[in-house]
Design a binder for this molecule. Structure first.
Ligand SMILES: [Zn+2]
Length: 506
């Protein structure tokens, strides 16, 4: 405890003004972590049975933004995002075939082969989108012991029952003591009357009950031994079990897409509360969906466009290819709680906007400081701009407002290029720091046209120029001129100066 207190003294600067919209309380709340400077964040990750699509990009980028900002504020964040490789049945209900097992059966693969393949694809494309890897990426199949122990805890507490080797959560019993539906605002009576009767539902005492453990049918490949039967865990179970394992019984943030609010997150709350007697999560954060012609985009709906198709432009709905950073910028241009509708026009507008922002940043890097800031008010403008950027992020991670402020910064940069206005060294550094912090570190936007590419070109040019120097030393001017002329054709001009040869584009 003493160690913690020292930490708290050290991190006074972290007194933040961050406001988060908490889905659980439906209010905007000041962010006060349970054990500062530590923050625990759990986000529901992908079910790995298909190629990552645009619908996967939004939650990944949303919580990447949250993660990056909390780290920037000085918090020590443990970010856990799971990989669902078992137990997620078709139609998100308790009946049907496991999504991964189905894919494996159709392709004659081992289910774990399917999970490994698509998990790798997911990481690959998230990397392209510059999404940072979480601290821990646990897999459901690797946490059977924890899940079985959690089912036992819920049974011992009297909120579950066993029928024919399957274990079901008793929602009615739970609702007598706690409240089922508090996250989604649903009322149990409505849920009971609206639940469709499905095959196998007869095992349940109540149609709204959900499976904690399912006995495997003979044809079911993915199965594990348990005290109740050879079977597999219910889909909601892994997140309760792994969240508490890695972040403790209570932790700060739980995130995911709005489509997971019910029944997944509602059931997670019920499971954890039934097992430990109190709630586990302080702030629930949900990102809204990406729609295509106003309809949710998803694999199960068959109207999705994969990230690979976006990056290569190989889908009939796409007019051209869109780069990873264009997709990232497109997503960040909307607030995470608002809907975002896909269209070629919107993506092309994002592409233009991103280019304007990054070109401004590139210009800024080349600006030299002046003796004085002219007009003097620019100093205040820049200071206020930085404050406005922080205020936008503090306002429930409002990235579109942040981006609007950054465009004000681009306007300042453009006014400096024609020397109508100037900045002294200190103000120039301030302006540079705004772009470094907010564009690079927090929004995670990188210039895809420069960077490695520039380094490569520079390296190649140094090699060519040193070879040219060798032939000139041997008085082979014919070869030396040929090199210069061929480079000229590529729009690269070489000048021989007293300090040696130099090159430039154009
Ligand atoms: Zn989950």
């Amino acid at each position: 405890m003493l160690k913690n207190r020292n930490f708290v003294q050290q991190i006074k600067f972290m007194d933040n003004n961050l406001i988060i919209y908490n889905t659980l309380t439906r209010t905007r709340e000041r962010f006060e972590p349970i054990h500062p400077p530590f923050v625990g964040m759990y986000v529901c990750g992908p079910t790995v049975y298909g190629d990552p699509h645009l619908g996967h990009a939004r939650p990944a980028i949303t919580f990447d933004l949250v993660f990056r900002y909390l780290v920037h504020l000085g918090y020590k964040v443990r970010y856990v995002r799971n990989i669902t490789d078992v137990g997620h049945l078709e139609h998100d209900l308790d009946e049907g075939e496991d999504k991964i097992a189905k894919k494996a059966r159709l392709n004659q693969l081992e289910p774990m082969e399917v999970a490994q393949f698509y998990a790798d694809r997911y990481f690959l494309y998230m990397n392209e989108l510059n999404v940072k890897r979480p601290s821990i990426e646990p897999r459901a199949s690797g946490h059977m012991i924890e899940q079985i122990a959690l089912v036992q805890k819920i049974l011992d507490a009297g909120f579950a029952y066993v029928v024919n080797g399957s274990v079901y959560f008793d929602i009615k019993k739970y609702n007598e003591k706690y409240q089922y539906g508090k996250l989604s605002g649903r009322v149990l009576d409505d849920m009971m009357s609206n639940t469709r009767e499905l095959e196998g539902q007869d095992e349940k005492r109540n149609p709204a009950d959900f499976a904690l453990w399912k006995k495997a049918q003979p044809e079911h490949i993915m199965r594990w031994p348990s005290p109740w039967s050879e079977g597999f865990p219910g889909w909601h179970l892994e997140c309760s079990a792994m969240g508490m394992k890695y972040l403790g019984e209570t932790f700060d943030i739980h995130g995911g897409g709005m489509d997971l609010l019910f029944p997944h997150h509602e059931s997670e709350i019920a499971q954890s509360t039934a097992a430990i007697g109190h709630e586990s999560v302080k702030y629930w954060i949900h990102n809204n969906m990406i729609t295509i012609n106003g309809q949710k985009m998803g694999k199960s709906l068959g109207n999705f466009i994969t990230l690979e198709e976006f990056f290569t432009g190989t889908h009939k709905a796409l007019e051209k290819a869109y780069s990873p950073m264009t997709i990232r910028f497109f997503i960040l241009q909307a607030h995470y709680r608002g809907t975002l509708d896909f269209s070629n026009e919107a993506l092309q507008a994002a592409e233009k906007g991103l280019k304007r922002l990054l070109t401004g940043m590139e210009t800024l890097k080349k600006l030299a400081p002046a003796a004085a800031t002219q007009p003097a008010r620019l100093s205040d403008d820049i200071r206020e701009l930085k404050q406005s950027c922080y205020s936008a992020m503090d306002d429930d991670f409002n990235s579109p407002i942040l981006i609007a402020h950054l465009f004000e910064g681009v306007r300042i940069i453009n006014s400096l290029t024609d020397n109508k206005e100037t900045l002294a060294a200190e103000d120039l550094e301030q302006l540079k720091s705004i772009f470094d912090i907010f564009v690079t570190d927090i929004l995670g936007l990188t210039d895809e046209t420069s960077g490695n590419q520039d380094e490569l070109v520079d390296g190649l040019m140094q090699l060519i120029l040193s070879l040219r120097k060798n032939v000139r030393e041997k008085k082979d001017f014919e070869t030396s001129d040929k090199i210069r002329d061929e480079l000229q054709k590529l729009n690269i001009s070489v000048k021989d100066t007293k300090e040696g040869p130099s090159w430039s584009k154009g």
